[in-house]
Ligand binder design. Structure first.
Ligand code: SF4
Length: 248
């Protein structure tokens, strides 16, 4: 089956990158950034609801171009209705489409999920495989989904999951310079210690959701602004918080 979620799963923002490489770019700066983000977001984790690797796999496929909150609302009933890979594999495509419609791109997602579950049942005994090579054979599963499942459900570190938040924040921070997910993953793996590969995704996502937003990043209040070379960053004195603290 063709992997027809390809285009929508790229989910690329328009990227604004630092024009010159920061002199402090590299592993040392990455470690400093991670240390601050870890302190800021101690609860950074997957925000999709799941009880086992299979549920995380399905939820992650559904999360393409959709918020985790909406996916969680859908999977609550979905996992009751289809409790096993076998049940998903035998699902009526039209009924599956209706069940997952709120997550968007529901026709492609239904096709991928049913195809994925058929392969799980027919070739993997109904179990989610634990290697990147096997996972990316499944319809609808690319490196990002495989990294999410491996890192969070199995504790296996193969790479770094890159979504739209990671793409944007990593580029602004100069930790990556690309709009291609596979290149960003490689560049991040080059500066982030391997034991942090799963965590860094959550940290950049949490930071992207709360501070380094796509449209209006709150740079003046950003806790890592002194480590950020993004050229479009407004000056620190623009912060209402800092202004009030300094009596301006
Ligand atoms: S300073 Fe601004 S652009 Fe840089 S990480 Fe913080 S919010 Fe993002």
């Amino acid at each position: 089956m063709a992997k027809d979620l390809s285009a929508m799963r790229q989910g690329r923002d328009k990227i604004s990158r630092p024009t010159t490489k920061s002199p402090t770019a590299g592993p040392v700066r990455a470690r400093k950034i991670l240390a601050i983000l870890e302190e800021s977001y101690p609860d950074a984790r997957v925000t999709l609801d799941y009880k086992n690797p299979f549920q995380l796999l399905i939820a992650t496929i559904l999360a393409a171009q959709c918020t985790d909150e909406r996916v969680n609302r859908v999977t609550k009933g979905l996992f009751r209705r289809y409790p096993t890979p076998k049940a998903f594999a035998a699902a009526d495509p039209t009924e599956m489409e209706e069940a997952i419609r709120p997550t968007g791109f529901y026709r492609n997602k239904a096709k991928s999920i049913i195809g994925c579950c058929k392969m799980l049942v027919e070739e993997y005994g109904g179990k989610v495989p634990r290697t990147m090579e096997e996972l990316i054979r499944l319809p609808g599963v690319w490196r990002k989904t495989a990294n999410v499942v491996l890192g969070n459900a199995f504790g296996v570190t193969e790479g770094i999951a890159v979504d739209t938040h990671v793409t944007r924040v990593a580029n602004r921070l100069g930790l990556a310079q690309s709009d291609k997910q596979d290149e960003i993953e490689q560049q991040l793996c080059g500066v982030v210690p391997k034991e942090k590969w799963t965590l860094v995704t959550h940290l950049l996502i949490f930071h992207g959701r709360t501070i380094c937003k796509a449209q209006r990043p709150d740079c003046p209040c950003c806790q890592i602004r002194h480590l950020c070379p993004w050229p479009l960053r407004p000056p620190d004195h623009g912060s209402p918080l800092l202004q009030s603290l300094s009596g301006e």
